[in-house]
Design a protein around this ligand. Structure first.
Ligand code: AHR
Length: 477
């Protein structure tokens, strides 16, 4: 479906280059993509190709459910799996297709599945067909399942969300907070010259609000108005006594990024004074890992209950035509970590390939296997500089490769020093054996070239030490 239109009427000004992730102030250039079999989780990014705006959640039936926008924008789809990795190849069912005519016969965007008073309800944004500007007359609707199994039941239209204004609205989500069900969504508000702002309100029913909405954020900061003035795609996470609402901003090309709102979980979340907005984007394009325009996220947990960030992103920056009609916003997932204050540290989009891990020195907390450029060390460093992929190699060995330097890996020298070198398929000195420690997440990396010796902190870098030495023990996280 091609339209020579932009769905966003409020152009904010000259286009600017995307914000590239940097490594210690240096903009890392892209390098060859990591390859290799799945990590321990079995997850390989992109998790699901050509599914944008993905919602993934783990339901109490033990399944992960996933929905999202399809490139054709013509139908609502759902898949489920017992594991996150299983979503990649899971059966995908079409729950409902856009109508032949009328207000829900055009674009179908950003569905979300929620259990509302015991019924499965899928919310989505839809517009009419027929061409012209009218196709962007986007409003929020819902379909409902007639049974308890959303993959097997019959779905029918429940109705239209009764928004506070009859204007462009989309990207709704729902969350429970202190016993009240809230709706959060993006909408264009009459009198405010933006494409969309974010709102929340308590709900009276599946399609109606119980109070006037609170306008949480309007796109005003420079990184929110790159190309278009957009705040959309709210996603909610309660953690560490705080309530976080992430959202997406700017044009849907490489300038798309995430912002973050934070409130005390015990505060009145309808009172704007209780919310703070991050002055900088928390998740942006990263040239070093070749992920462009990361956004429209959701939150879930992995099989061990650890926080997972779900988002979409492209593998390339340059797009022909309107980004809205480019199909390559792939669903991606990665671990979500938190800083000492309990705030999420989004890091950078980790890029294609198996999920990376972090390795903390078991004998020295907060001392991470890390790099700064090609300098390896054990210590404190920004999250992206502590994320390494374990890439399977021959004979049960592996290579350790930093996400920011995907064509490099750790290498052991005869004098015991461990450094980063360009990945060379034949060098034994770059091969290590993963030796499990006594606890589930502890590990040693024994050199294949120098058996009996394993990676340990050493001086201001890394060195090989006798594998029996406790300093060679790392805790994966
Ligand atoms: O993917 C379609 C729409 O484009 C989504 O609803 C919005 O979040 C994105 O910008």
């Amino acid at each position: 479906m091609q339209f020579n239109l932009s769905r966003r009427a409020f152009a904010a000004g000259a286009a600017m280059m995307p914000i590239a992730c940097t490594q210690a102030g240096k903009t890392m250039m892209a390098s060859t993509p990591a390859t290799g079999a799945p990590s321990a989780s079995g997850i390989v990014n992109p998790l699901v190709k050509q599914r944008a705006d993905a919602q993934i959640f783990r339901h109490d039936d033990g399944y992960y459910y996933m929905t999202g926008s399809v490139p054709e924008y013509d139908r609502l789809v759902l898949r489920r799996s017992r594991t996150l990795a299983g979503l990649t190849d899971a059966e995908e069912r079409v729950l409902w297709r856009h109508e032949a005519s009328g207000p829900m016969s055009g674009f179908i965007w950003a569905p979300e599945l929620h259990l509302v008073d015991g019924r499965w309800v899928m919310y989505f944004a839809a517009g009419p067909s027929g061409g012209g500007e009218d196709v962007f007359r986007i409003r929020t609707y819902a379909v409902v399942c007639d049974g308890s199994d959303p993959m097997r039941g019959n779905w029918s239209v429940l109705g239209q969300f009764q928004a506070p204004w009859d204007s462009f609205n989309l990207d709704s989500t729902m969350f429970m907070h202190r016993g009240t069900r809230y709706f959060a969504w993006a909408q264009r508000e009459p009198g405010i010259e933006t494409n969309s702002n974010l709102y929340i309100a308590p709900m009276a029913s599946a399609l109606t609000l119980a109070a006037k909405p609170a306008r949480l954020t309007v796109p005003t900061l420079d990184w929110e108005i790159l190309g278009f003035k957009v705040n959309e795609a709210p996603a909610v996470l309660e953690k560490n006594g705080k309530l976080f609402i992430s959202y997406s901003a700017s044009a849907t090309d490489a300038r798309y990024c995430l912002g973050l709102l934070t409130a005390d979980a015990d505060a009145d979340i309808m009172d704007l004074r209780n919310w703070t907005k991050s002055p900088r984007p928390v998740f942006t394009t990263c040239e070093a890992t070749s992920v462009y325009g990361p956004g429209h996220n959701s939150f879930t947990v992995d099989e061990e209950g650890r926080d997972i960030l779900v988002y979409h992103g492209r593998d390339y920056a340059q797009i022909e035509g309107d980004p809205l009609f480019n199909p390559d916003r792939h669903t991606r997932v990665q671990r979500l970590y938190f800083d000492a204050d309990g705030n999420p540290d989004f890091g950078v989009p980790v890029g294609n390939g198996p999920l990376p891990d972090r390795f903390e020195a078991a004998t020295t907390p907060n001392t991470w296997l890390a790099h700064d450029g090609t300098r390896l060390f054990a210590g404190a460093a920004p999250l992206p500089q502590t994320q390494f992929r374990m890439l399977p190699a021959e004979g049960g060995t592996l290579r350790l490769s930093p996400i920011l330097l995907r064509d490099q890996c750790l290498n052991a020298a005869p004098d015991g020093t461990v450094s980063l070198v360009p990945t060379n398929g034949t060098a034994t000195a770059s091969l290590f054996r993963r030796i499990p420690g006594r606890t589930k997440d502890s590990v040693r990396f024994e050199s294949a070239a120098f058996p009996g010796r394993a990676i340990a902190p050493g001086g201001d870098g890394l060195k090989l030490a006798p594998a029996s030495n406790s300093a060679t023990l790392w805790r994966a996280s």
